[in-house]
Design a protein around this ligand. Sequence first.
Ligand code: GDP
Length: 200
Amino acid sequence: AKIKDVDFVKSSNRPKDCPKDDRPEFAMLGRSNVGKSSLINFLVRKKEVALTSKKPGKTQLINHFLVNKSWYIVDLPGYGFANAPESARMDWSSFTKGYFLNRETLVSVLLLIDASVPPQKIDLDCANWLGRNNMSMTFVFTKCDKMKGGKGRRPDENIRNFLELIKENYRQHPPWIMTSSVTGLGRDELLFHMSQLRNY
Ligand code: GDP
Protein backbone atom coordinates (compact mmCIF):
# COMPACT_ATOMS: atom_id res chain seq x y z
CA ALA A 1 0.00 0.00 0.00
CA LYS A 2 2.86 2.33 -0.77
CA ILE A 3 2.12 5.85 -1.99
CA LYS A 4 4.45 6.75 -4.82
CA ASP A 5 2.87 9.88 -6.16
CA VAL A 6 -0.05 12.19 -5.61
CA ASP A 7 -1.38 14.66 -8.13
CA PHE A 8 -3.97 17.32 -7.61
CA VAL A 9 -6.48 16.79 -10.41
CA LYS A 10 -9.25 19.32 -10.04
CA SER A 11 -11.70 21.19 -7.87
CA SER A 12 -15.37 20.77 -8.68
CA ASN A 13 -18.26 22.77 -7.38
CA ARG A 14 -20.90 20.29 -8.45
CA PRO A 15 -20.93 16.49 -8.25
CA LYS A 16 -21.43 16.32 -11.99
CA ASP A 17 -18.17 18.19 -12.62
CA CYS A 18 -16.12 15.51 -10.84
CA PRO A 19 -13.66 13.38 -12.88
CA LYS A 20 -15.50 10.98 -15.13
CA ASP A 21 -13.13 8.01 -15.22
CA ASP A 22 -13.87 4.80 -13.30
CA ARG A 23 -11.10 5.02 -10.74
CA PRO A 24 -12.21 4.19 -7.21
CA GLU A 25 -12.31 7.00 -4.68
CA PHE A 26 -12.45 7.64 -0.95
CA ALA A 27 -14.16 10.74 0.37
CA MET A 28 -12.79 12.49 3.44
CA LEU A 29 -15.40 14.27 5.45
CA GLY A 30 -15.48 15.97 8.81
CA ARG A 31 -16.10 19.04 10.90
CA SER A 32 -13.84 21.94 10.09
CA ASN A 33 -10.76 21.74 12.30
CA VAL A 34 -11.14 17.97 12.79
CA GLY A 35 -7.64 17.52 11.35
CA LYS A 36 -8.58 16.58 7.77
CA SER A 37 -5.76 18.45 6.04
CA SER A 38 -3.26 17.08 8.52
CA LEU A 39 -4.56 13.56 7.96
CA ILE A 40 -4.35 13.82 4.19
CA ASN A 41 -0.82 15.19 4.36
CA PHE A 42 0.15 12.51 6.84
CA LEU A 43 -1.29 9.76 4.62
CA VAL A 44 0.46 10.89 1.48
CA ARG A 45 3.49 12.40 3.25
CA LYS A 46 3.35 15.54 1.18
CA LYS A 47 2.77 18.94 2.65
CA GLU A 48 1.43 20.66 -0.42
CA VAL A 49 -1.44 18.30 -1.07
CA ALA A 50 -4.02 19.38 1.44
CA LEU A 51 -2.79 22.94 1.27
CA THR A 52 -4.36 23.17 -2.15
CA SER A 53 -7.76 22.58 -0.69
CA LYS A 54 -7.18 25.21 2.00
CA LYS A 55 -6.57 27.99 -0.47
CA PRO A 56 -9.25 30.64 -0.33
CA GLY A 57 -12.09 29.69 -2.62
CA LYS A 58 -11.24 26.00 -2.61
CA THR A 59 -12.57 25.05 0.78
CA GLN A 60 -16.14 24.80 -0.46
CA LEU A 61 -15.19 22.60 -3.39
CA ILE A 62 -14.80 18.90 -4.01
CA ASN A 63 -11.04 18.44 -4.47
CA HIS A 64 -9.76 15.33 -6.25
CA PHE A 65 -6.24 14.00 -5.67
CA LEU A 66 -5.01 11.09 -7.77
CA VAL A 67 -2.82 8.61 -5.90
CA ASN A 68 -0.38 6.36 -7.78
CA LYS A 69 -2.31 7.15 -10.97
CA SER A 70 -4.91 4.66 -9.86
CA TRP A 71 -7.29 5.90 -7.13
CA TYR A 72 -8.57 9.14 -5.67
CA ILE A 73 -8.60 10.79 -2.31
CA VAL A 74 -11.42 13.32 -2.32
CA ASP A 75 -11.31 16.23 0.07
CA LEU A 76 -14.85 17.41 0.77
CA PRO A 77 -15.76 20.73 2.36
CA GLY A 78 -15.67 20.71 6.14
CA TYR A 79 -18.98 21.09 7.89
CA GLY A 80 -20.05 22.78 11.09
CA PHE A 81 -18.42 26.17 10.87
CA ALA A 82 -19.43 27.57 14.23
CA ASN A 83 -20.56 30.90 12.86
CA ALA A 84 -21.99 29.88 9.52
CA PRO A 85 -25.48 31.14 8.89
CA GLU A 86 -28.27 28.57 8.63
CA SER A 87 -28.48 29.05 4.86
CA ALA A 88 -24.80 28.21 4.35
CA ARG A 89 -25.25 25.06 6.38
CA MET A 90 -28.20 23.99 4.28
CA ASP A 91 -26.16 24.53 1.11
CA TRP A 92 -23.41 22.37 2.50
CA SER A 93 -25.78 19.56 3.15
CA SER A 94 -27.60 19.44 -0.18
CA PHE A 95 -24.32 19.83 -2.05
CA THR A 96 -22.56 17.04 -0.21
CA LYS A 97 -25.56 14.75 -0.08
CA GLY A 98 -25.84 15.03 -3.86
CA TYR A 99 -22.26 13.86 -4.14
CA PHE A 100 -22.77 10.86 -1.83
CA LEU A 101 -25.96 9.67 -3.43
CA ASN A 102 -24.77 9.97 -7.03
CA ARG A 103 -21.09 9.16 -7.07
CA GLU A 104 -20.83 5.60 -8.34
CA THR A 105 -17.07 5.27 -7.99
CA LEU A 106 -17.17 6.11 -4.28
CA VAL A 107 -15.73 3.12 -2.41
CA SER A 108 -16.09 4.41 1.12
CA VAL A 109 -16.68 7.59 3.06
CA LEU A 110 -14.01 8.23 5.65
CA LEU A 111 -15.80 10.19 8.33
CA LEU A 112 -13.28 11.98 10.52
CA ILE A 113 -14.18 12.32 14.17
CA ASP A 114 -12.13 14.29 16.68
CA ALA A 115 -11.28 11.85 19.49
CA SER A 116 -10.20 14.66 21.78
CA VAL A 117 -13.76 15.85 22.41
CA PRO A 118 -16.97 14.08 23.49
CA PRO A 119 -19.42 13.08 20.72
CA GLN A 120 -20.72 16.18 18.92
CA LYS A 121 -24.29 16.40 17.70
CA ILE A 122 -23.31 17.49 14.20
CA ASP A 123 -20.99 14.47 13.80
CA LEU A 124 -23.65 12.11 15.11
CA ASP A 125 -26.20 13.60 12.70
CA CYS A 126 -23.80 13.14 9.82
CA ALA A 127 -22.88 9.55 10.81
CA ASN A 128 -26.55 8.68 11.25
CA TRP A 129 -27.54 10.14 7.89
CA LEU A 130 -24.79 8.18 6.13
CA GLY A 131 -25.82 5.01 7.98
CA ARG A 132 -29.48 5.38 7.11
CA ASN A 133 -28.50 5.85 3.47
CA ASN A 134 -26.43 2.66 3.52
CA MET A 135 -23.19 4.36 2.58
CA SER A 136 -20.02 2.35 2.93
CA MET A 137 -18.38 4.00 5.91
CA THR A 138 -15.16 4.04 7.83
CA PHE A 139 -14.82 6.07 11.01
CA VAL A 140 -11.43 7.66 11.32
CA PHE A 141 -10.80 9.04 14.79
CA THR A 142 -8.30 11.89 14.67
CA LYS A 143 -6.06 13.46 17.33
CA CYS A 144 -5.85 10.18 19.27
CA ASP A 145 -2.60 11.40 20.84
CA LYS A 146 -4.88 13.59 22.96
CA MET A 147 -6.95 10.73 24.30
CA LYS A 148 -7.28 10.35 28.03
CA GLY A 149 -4.72 7.87 29.19
CA GLY A 150 -2.13 9.22 26.83
CA LYS A 151 -0.84 7.83 23.59
CA GLY A 152 -2.27 4.37 24.17
CA ARG A 153 -3.95 2.47 21.40
CA ARG A 154 -7.02 1.65 23.43
CA PRO A 155 -10.11 3.72 22.66
CA ASP A 156 -11.09 6.06 25.45
CA GLU A 157 -14.62 7.00 26.44
CA ASN A 158 -15.08 9.63 23.69
CA ILE A 159 -14.62 6.93 21.06
CA ARG A 160 -16.63 4.29 22.88
CA ASN A 161 -19.50 6.71 23.47
CA PHE A 162 -19.53 7.81 19.85
CA LEU A 163 -19.68 4.23 18.57
CA GLU A 164 -22.43 3.41 21.03
CA LEU A 165 -24.51 6.44 20.01
CA ILE A 166 -24.52 5.68 16.27
CA LYS A 167 -25.09 1.95 16.59
CA GLU A 168 -28.79 1.82 15.87
CA ASN A 169 -28.45 3.43 12.44
CA TYR A 170 -26.06 0.79 11.15
CA ARG A 171 -26.99 -2.75 10.29
CA GLN A 172 -23.34 -3.69 10.56
CA HIS A 173 -20.92 -1.79 12.68
CA PRO A 174 -18.65 0.19 10.33
CA PRO A 175 -14.91 -0.31 10.63
CA TRP A 176 -13.11 2.33 12.65
CA ILE A 177 -9.48 3.33 12.95
CA MET A 178 -7.64 5.47 15.48
CA THR A 179 -5.16 7.94 14.02
CA SER A 180 -2.84 10.73 15.03
CA SER A 181 -1.02 12.82 12.50
CA VAL A 182 1.29 13.85 15.34
CA THR A 183 2.48 10.37 16.41
CA GLY A 184 1.80 8.53 13.15
CA LEU A 185 -0.71 6.20 14.77
CA GLY A 186 -3.01 4.46 12.28
CA ARG A 187 -1.33 5.42 9.02
CA ASP A 188 -0.42 1.92 7.90
CA GLU A 189 -3.70 0.55 9.13
CA LEU A 190 -5.71 3.12 7.21
CA LEU A 191 -3.73 2.66 3.98
CA PHE A 192 -4.07 -1.11 4.27
CA HIS A 193 -7.79 -0.81 4.93
CA MET A 194 -8.23 1.37 1.82
CA SER A 195 -6.23 -1.04 -0.34
CA GLN A 196 -8.42 -3.92 0.79
CA LEU A 197 -11.60 -2.01 -0.02
CA ARG A 198 -10.28 -1.14 -3.48
CA ASN A 199 -9.59 -4.76 -4.31
CA TYR A 200 -12.82 -6.04 -2.91
P1 GDP B 1 -9.00 20.71 9.04
O1 GDP B 1 -9.68 22.03 9.19
O2 GDP B 1 -9.94 19.58 9.30
O3 GDP B 1 -8.29 20.54 7.73
O4 GDP B 1 -7.93 20.61 10.23
P2 GDP B 1 -6.34 20.82 10.25
O5 GDP B 1 -5.64 19.66 9.64
O6 GDP B 1 -6.02 22.16 9.72
O7 GDP B 1 -6.09 20.76 11.83
C1 GDP B 1 -6.78 21.58 12.74
C2 GDP B 1 -5.96 21.75 14.00
O8 GDP B 1 -5.83 20.50 14.69
C3 GDP B 1 -4.55 22.22 13.74
O9 GDP B 1 -4.20 23.12 14.78
C4 GDP B 1 -3.71 20.95 13.82
O10 GDP B 1 -2.39 21.20 14.22
C5 GDP B 1 -4.46 20.15 14.86
N1 GDP B 1 -4.30 18.70 14.62
C6 GDP B 1 -4.56 18.04 13.46
N2 GDP B 1 -4.32 16.72 13.61
C7 GDP B 1 -3.90 16.51 14.87
C8 GDP B 1 -3.49 15.35 15.63
O11 GDP B 1 -3.47 14.21 15.16
N3 GDP B 1 -3.14 15.56 16.94
C9 GDP B 1 -3.17 16.80 17.51
N4 GDP B 1 -2.82 16.89 18.79
N5 GDP B 1 -3.53 17.92 16.83
C10 GDP B 1 -3.90 17.79 15.53
